[in-house]
Design a protein around this ligand. Sequence first.
Ligand code: LRH
Length: 477
Amino acid sequence: AETGTVAAIDMGATSGRVIVGHVGGGVLETRQVARFANDPVEAIDGLHWNLLGMYGAALTGLRTAFRDEPGIASIGVDAWAVDYGLLRGVGEGRARLLGEPFHYRDARTTAGVAAVHQRMPHSALFARNGLQFLPFNTLYQFAAEPPEQLAFADTALLIPDLVGYWLTGIARAERSNASTTGLLGVESGEWDDELIATLGLPRGILPPLISAGERLGSLLPDVASAIGAPAGVSVTAVGSHDTASAVVAVPMHPESAVYISCGTWGLVGVEVEHPVLGPDAIAANYTNEGGVDGRVRLLHNVMGLWVLSETLRGWEREGHPVDLTALLDAAAEAGPGVPVFDINDPRFLPPGDMPARIDAWCEEHGVPAPRTRTHYVRSIVESLAQAFAKSAARAAELGGVDARTIHIVGGGALNRLLCQRTADRSGMTVLAGPVEATALGNVLVQARAMGYIDGSLEALRDLVARTHAPVRYDPRL
Ligand code: LRH
């Protein structure tokens, strides 16, 4: 069969990777050529991403990719949402990045939230942008910037768009990720000029929009030679919001399934044709994010594997080696008699001592706190499974989906205890996998744009289902 080759840069909040994909004639094969840590840095002014470091690692990965697979014809970039870099000099070419981007877990957003809500309350914002309230949505981060910093910049680029700019010299905002800024009209899919003006933000820093599947541009000659790529390689816009790419590769039937894209976050939702903006959606704090092909991702942010990984990091810092597999096995043995806490409580958002926060939550709610590491792990998994089950049912209800199955994709699909307990607590069958859904969605959208495959999202998902069989977890009583 005739296949084409593309490369995906997929940058998550925990790690990044470069993946090469072969697609066409019923084939969907991927191979990871590089994986690199994403280690944020606390500096004097707050918590930042080490984006230059990650970009460097991605370039090294691309160099390996082109060495092994000289036929790569297109590159696509996805990353986590909401965060951005400010640039000056885009009009003149070779713009300078004005400082390493802030991490959405940095505390500076608190002031931004107050400033924005003074001008427009959440309910009015929701009617325009369709987003769940999250204190780090881009509009709050913009409001937390010193105004002179925003005035000095000429362009703000979301993380994957910034990487795309470095690769091509072309500054665009891809729509799926632009939808997480809070400044994109939920019905129009265009920048909401009126809202931007009301919030007193400089409209000029927002670049022209582009949609997944469109060609961003060609690799800059310097970049091509640095990574050993032939001339003429395209950079293709994909669902640049990692969650949008992940949803493309969920092997589901959207009319009867809920998905959970489970990595650092657990994004629990359904795919719908039109935004859901009624009072129930706002009361439940659901979001309408932009999907590939104009679909809407009606979902809720659940805290995800973050609480567990931050807990393990803390134990490691105390000097004890931590074996996650052994801990999860022990937690599975321990049984469900552990406290179930509200994992979505905002106290768990910033980095820090998670067990101490769990203890505080338990104390406030009059339940005994976990006592051993095994019990903490079980308690976190149970709390996550409970939040997943609740949000899955709510998403189905809000989206009018007759949900029979929950698809779990991303790293969480490897956590057997979490998958089983989500099945048990929801009463629905869980289908786990693919683990690399985000990279697959990135690869698929590029392959379609390049003409290696064609079809609707249904056809793309069918290909995923045939090539990446999920693992099934039935609910136990
Ligand atoms: C997951 C994710 C999620 C956003 C968060 C900031 O990586 O993109 O969809 O809400 O990061």
